[in-house]
Design a protein around this ligand. Structure first.
Ligand code: SF4
Ligand code: SF4
Length: 153
């Protein structure tokens, strides 16, 4: 069994194609769409969790490549800026997957990117801008001024 999160990039000429349908129906890949920004005739992005037998996932990813979908690993898209984090714990109860958690001994808040589903709740909650969205996702899923923007400004 293989399970992974991917960021799928659709060029404007394929956003109306039933690609996800074929990925599920023809390759038996389980697809959980976590976030999507797709407009017909425009570029789109989708964050998905995909799962299936190793061969199903491999064949499914090959299919995506053949259709022109860019499939990138969801890594380091949400970043915990530890130098800004005060471990105030405000974000912890808002994190649906416990990607943000607090050590009950040290009261330090930690972030596990493997558990993150990019719901963006922490970005809304954190007044210190210690959680930020980076990479190609930021231009599709938020028009917020992020901490990364502040730093690069
Ligand atoms: S809300 Fe921000 S400052 Fe507070 S613990 Fe979470 S990331 Fe750190
Ligand atoms: S984006 Fe959502 S899932 Fe990821 S750390 Fe923030 S609150 Fe948790």
């Amino acid at each position: 069994m293989k399970q992974m999160k991917k960021v799928l990039g659709f060029s404007e000429n394929i956003t109306e194609e039933p690609i996800i349908y074929h990925l599920i129906a023809d390759y038996g890949v389980r697809v959980n769409i976590l976030r999507a920004s797709i407009d017909p005739g425009k570029q789109g992005r989708m964050v998905v969790e995909i799962a299936g037998e190793d061969s199903q996932v491999s064949l499914g990813l090959n299919y995506l490549e053949r259709t022109g979908v860019q499939a990138e690993t969801l890594a380091e898209e949400i970043v915990h800026l530890t130098d800004r984090c005060t471990s105030c714990t405000s974000c912890v109860p808002h994190c649906p997957t416990r990607a943000l958690d607090v050590d009950r001994n040290t009261w330090q808040v930690s972030f596990d990117p493997e558990k993150c589903i990019v719901c963006l709740s922490c970005i809304d909650v954190c007044i210190y801008k210690a959680m930020t969205l980076t990479g190609t996702l930021s231009e599709y899923f938020t028009n917020r001024q992020t901490a990364a923007d502040d730093i690069s400004a």
